[in-house]
Design a protein around this ligand. Structure first.
Ligand SMILES: Nc1ncnc2c1ncn2[C@@H]1O[C@H](COP(=O)(O)OP(=O)(O)OP(=O)(O)O)[C@@H](O)[C@H]1O
Length: 303
């Protein structure tokens, strides 16, 4: 479990994290989202004691990271996959880390197998691809069999098989009752992986809720209707609370009324429907709506 209370981080005049409080619960995958520069990495660094808060506190499994006598057994973190001694082999890198905590070679072999690095374990880390480096970072995070895991962009550089593997791994870790905090800019992947989301914008929390609530709360779901009586149905639906958009011939996109009510209204007036489909908003749309005022580095649309 991770608990932050009134957490602040200032770098000179820049406030990177501005008085945030949150709890990351065990047994769930919690996604940590936000535009570039929102303060995610800074927060993660404070959780694992790499940065000192300017104010407030953050505990991992009940204590500050620095107060744990064997931190690798409490929290496993993948923060910067490139932060390894490039001259060592993957096996020796993990063995050196393990030695600091009295963890034996058998656990090193176990995490190598778990992360699919067997064939390259003896090779110099300096020659690793981005994806292999990510796998090694995940192996290091798992080394102490910790109850809490913090993974910053773990799928960055992974091939589709690797992305699927990370998704299954973090789901399994959460199902085992562990606390998993995961950052990614890939909303489609986050929608498949996370149960809960904490969204940061300009150093503040702009959402802290289950994924389903964030998706349904930030966007208005619509219903797609295909009918040969589009004009008649659009007229029947025309009330101040219902918006009807005619996207193409015979197709209506309706917001403000649920599919069953639309179907019943059509039936009462003898109007045939060929399709009646609730359109669920995507997490990406919800995320864009939530963060539209919090994006610091905006790009211009291509003309
Ligand atoms: N060491 C530092 N010195 C000065 N400013 C910093 C430092 N580290 C981070 N910042 C600033 O703090 C803000 C938050 O940065 P942070 O890296 O935490 O954001 P992030 O949400 O992780 O972004 P990204 O998605 O781009 O990784 C940014 O404006 C960044 O420029």
């Amino acid at each position: 479990m991770i608990t932050a209370e009134g957490l602040v981080k200032r770098y000179g005049a820049k406030t990177a994290v501005n008085n945030i409080s949150f709890t990351v619960q065990p047994g769930l995958v919690t996604g940590f989202l936000g535009p570039n520069g929102a303060g995610k990495s800074t927060t993660m660094r404070m959780i694992v004691g790499l940065d000192r808060p300017s104010a407030g506190r953050v505990n991992v499994n009940g204590r500050p990271y620095s107060a744990h006598s064997a931190p690798l057994r409490e929290v496993g973190a993948l923060l910067d996959a490139k932060a390894v001694h490039t001259g060592r082999s993957a096996y020796n890198h993990l063995l050196a880390m393990a030695a600091t905590h009295g963890i034996g070679p058998s656990r090193v072999r176990e995490v190598i197998e778990l992360t699919g690095l067997q064939s390259v374990a003896g090779k110099r880390v300096g020659g690793f691809s981005l994806g292999m480096g990510q796998r090694l970072g995940i192996a290091a995070a798992l080394l102490g069999d910790p109850a809490t895991l913090i993974l910053d962009e773990p799928i960055n550089g992974l091939d589709p098989e690797g992305v699927l593997w990370v998704r299954q791994l973090v789901r399994t870790l959460a199902a085992e009752g562990r606390t998993v905090l995961l950052s990614s800019h890939l909303m489609s992947e986050m929608a498949l992986t996370a149960d809960h989301l904490i969204v940061l914008g300009r150093g503040e929390i702009i959402a802290d809720a289950p994924v389903a609530d964030i998706v349904s709360g930030a966007t208005r779901a619509s219903v797609r209707v295909k009918t040969p009586h589009a004009s008649e149905l659009a007229q029947l639906l025309a009330t101040p609370d219902v918006a009807v958009l005619r996207s193409e011939l015979g197709i209506l996109e309706i917001t403000g009324l649920a599919a069953p009510q639309i179907g019943e209204l059509a039936a009462r007036h003898g109007l045939v429907l060929h399709e009646l489909t609730p359109q669920n908003a995507s997490l990406e749309e919800a995320y864009m709506a939530l963060t539209q005022d919090a994006v610091e580095y905006r790009t211009e649309a291509l003309r």
